[in-house]
Design a protein around this ligand. Structure first.
Ligand SMILES: NC(=O)c1ccc[n+]([C@@H]2O[C@H](COP(=O)([O-])OP(=O)(O)OC[C@H]3O[C@@H](n4cnc5c(N)ncnc54)[C@H](O)[C@@H]3O)[C@@H](O)[C@H]2O)c1
Length: 419
């Protein structure tokens, strides 16, 4: 076999994996169904936040190539699936891309290969959905080839923890499969953690994200009543987090976004409901609280205007930061969208500024980022800080704005109203 690794799905997850593996000296090929993605990468262009064009060029120099031709699979020691797992309109997991990638592997599967699923999904997917497709050609997992699940824990934009220094959990179909997966990842990840099996590894990922989802919901619910009680929740959290054990700080905000936190817990609650017939109550409550935050933010903006004797209809609202987290361009599931939609429905004139977003898709329309932040700040009735990008000079924004509604607890002063 001439390739160490074929990565299927060259997005936020697949590309950093391909990068780290090729840096460690592995011969890596990327496989994607999108000709646009493949052509861009082969021309040295990155389409994800965490990798620059220079990073892609460095990978190409090390021998990385991207292709749409699935026959490269037959030539690889290891194949890792990093394709999307969105939700269906009914709220269940859409395994279409995972099964598509699995069928492609099945057509080219060779004895001795290691197949790893990294896409986030519900427990049982590797064993009950992926394995039968792979075995349809007659080879058996654990006997003829190795099969494992390894959750991707990438945190886009995190300058401290990347692929190499974030421990990698692996769980195999058999112990020998776990060994094979652990050996493979040890070549470019500092610490490999062995789970008992594929289901435990799948569930570990969902526990991590459900934990975040629920704790964010906890502080979001507290933000509402702390406001009514005139208690500064950010100050409360700063005090509580001085405890060196048993507490982890989470912060309120305008809602949850991104590809993982608002979506992954659904895989679990869907499966619990479908298989066992009862709800995962914590997840449902957290969903309800977090999903209600954008409307709550709009109501609070309305109150801020009301205190000034103004109506929301006709007021100029400037939204600062529309991505789902700071310092990246990714807008997936960002709460900024429902907030802007509701503000517009109520007649507000909405503008936005974001150092990472040139044009913002709102329904059928594309809104351009304001050219001049200072004059937009001057003209707005309320400036709303939705995302605290580190490029923002908050003291000067606070000084300039007539009124700042701060959903991140990052500013203070007489003109500031916090969430
Ligand atoms: N983005 C994150 O921060 C993150 C973190 C942890 C886990 N995950 C999980 O990782 C998985 C991948 O997410 P992502 O953010 O990298 O997605 P992405 O949309 O950035 O990239 C996925 C890529 O897969 C390609 N693709 C789709 N179907 C394919 C197929 N059948 N064969 C080959 N390529 C195909 C797409 O063209 C795209 O380029 C998801 O399950 C996600 O839940 C994502």
């Amino acid at each position: 076999m001439t390739r160490d690794l074929v990565v299927i799905g060259l997005g936020y997850v697949g590309l950093p994996l391909a990068q780290e593996a090729s840096r460690a000296g592995l011969a890596v090929t990327g496989l994607d169904v999108s000709a646009g993605v493949v052509d861009g990468l082969n021309a040295g262009r990155s389409h994800v936040d965490d990798l620059s064009d220079a990073d892609i060029s460095e990978m190409l120099e090390r021998g990385f190539t991207a292709t749409t031709d699935a026959s490269v699979i037959a030539d690889a020691h290891a194949v890792v699936i990093c394709v999307p797992t969105p939700l269906t309109p009914e709220g269940g997991p859409d395994l279409g891309a995972v099964l598509g990638a699995t069928r492609a592997i099945g057509e080219h599967l060779q004895p001795g290969q290691l197949i790893v699923l990294e896409s986030t999904t519900y427990p049982g997917t590797t064993d009950d959905e992926v394995r039968p497709v792979l075995e349809a050609g007659g080879l058996a997992a654990g006997r003829d080839f190795h099969l494992a699940f390894s959750p991707e824990r990438i945190d886009p934009g995190n300058p401290e923890f990347g692929m190499r220094n974030t421990p990698k959990v692996v769980g195999g179909h058999t112990e020998a499969c776990t060994d094979a997966a652990a050996d493979f990842y040890s070549r470019f990840v500092d610490t490999v953690v062995r789970a008992r099996g594929t289901r435990e590894a799948e569930m570990a990922k969902l526990l991590e994200n459900t934990y975040r989802h629920i704790n964010i919901a906890l502080v979001n619910e507290m933000a509402r009543f702390c406001y009514e009680l005139d208690i500064d929740l950010w100050d409360v959290i700063a005090a509580a987090k001085s405890k060196p054990f048993g507490f982890q700080a989470f912060y309120p905000g305008p809602g949850v976004g991104g590809h993982c936190i608002p979506i992954d817990p659904n895989y679990l609650s869907y499966q619990v409901q479908a298989k066992l017939g009862y709800p995962f109550r914590f997840v449902e409550l957290a969903q309800e609280i977090n999903a209600g935050m954008p409307s709550y933010v709009v109501r609070r903006i309305q109150d801020v205007l009301n205190d000034q004797g103004k109506a929301l209809r006709g007021s100029r609202i400037l939204l600062l930061g529309v991505t789902y987290k700071p310092d990246i361009a990714d807008q997936r599931e960002s709460p900024a969208k429902p907030i802007a939609g509701e503000l517009r429905d109520k007649g507000a004139q909405v503008e936005f500024h974001d150092p990472h977003v040139v044009s913002w898709r709102l329904g059928a329309e594309s809104l351009a980022c304001v050219d001049d932040l200072d004059s937009a700040l001057d003209g707005a009735d309320v400036v709303v800080l939705l995302q605290n990008h580190s490029d923002y000079d908050l003291p000067s924004i606070t000084a300039r704005a007539a009124c700042l509604f701060d959903t991140r607890g990052a500013t203070s002063g007489p003109k500031v109203v916090r969430l």
